[in-house]
Design a protein. Structure first.
Length: 170
């Protein structure tokens, strides 16, 4: 997921529903991102992830927040990773559109955001780990979103007012 997003030292990665924190840890340890933040609601997984981060001494670049992903502001993200059901991805749409900046990369593992008009992956990658196949979807918030949002801020949004926010496959 991080490779598909081309993660690097200038990135701030948010993993929504981070589970045991493996993406957060990998982002900090192997991709040397500026900051990796996981959001998880389950106490046991938060504790497990925090212990691993402490053990690996990654506290300066990795953090786990115990909260509902809908409550945490992700506006400083340059990469967002998701391994959530399609229905949850779709519920996240307003949050992603309202908080993420142009150029932010979103990588979804297995579950597309395909039932939302305008959300088409820029790239789809199928990988095989020797046991099962996986599909990753890369979405990128368009650069033009800033102007669209500025013009739309004074009017009530309609269901289709943000359909051009994501780049399509090239």
């Amino acid at each position: 997921m991080l490779e598909l997003a081309n993660a690097g030292p200038e990135d701030v990665v948010y993993d929504l529903g981070c589970g045991d924190g493996r993406i957060v840890i990998t982002a900090a340890k192997e991709f040397k991102v500026k900051k990796a933040i996981g959001i998880e609601i389950r106490d046991d997984l938060v504790l497990q992830a925090r212990r691993k981060i402490d053990e690996l001494r990654l506290n300066d670049r990795a953090e786990i927040i115990k909260d509902d992903m809908f409550n945490v502001n992700i506006k400083d993200a340059t990469i967002v990773t998701l391994f959530l059901l399609t229905s949850v991805n779709e519920m996240l749409r307003p949050k992603l559109e309202n908080e993420l900046r142009p150029g932010t990369r979103i990588v979804s593992h297995e579950f597309q955001i395909f039932q939302i008009p305008g959300w088409r992956p820029k790239k789809t990658v199928k990988i095989y780990d020797g046991i099962v196949g996986h599909t990753l979807y890369l979405y990128v918030i368009k650069k033009e979103v800033k102007e669209l949002r500025a013009g739309a801020s004074s009017r009530t949004p309609t269901p289709h007012s943000k359909i051009l926010f994501l780049k399509e496959n090239t």
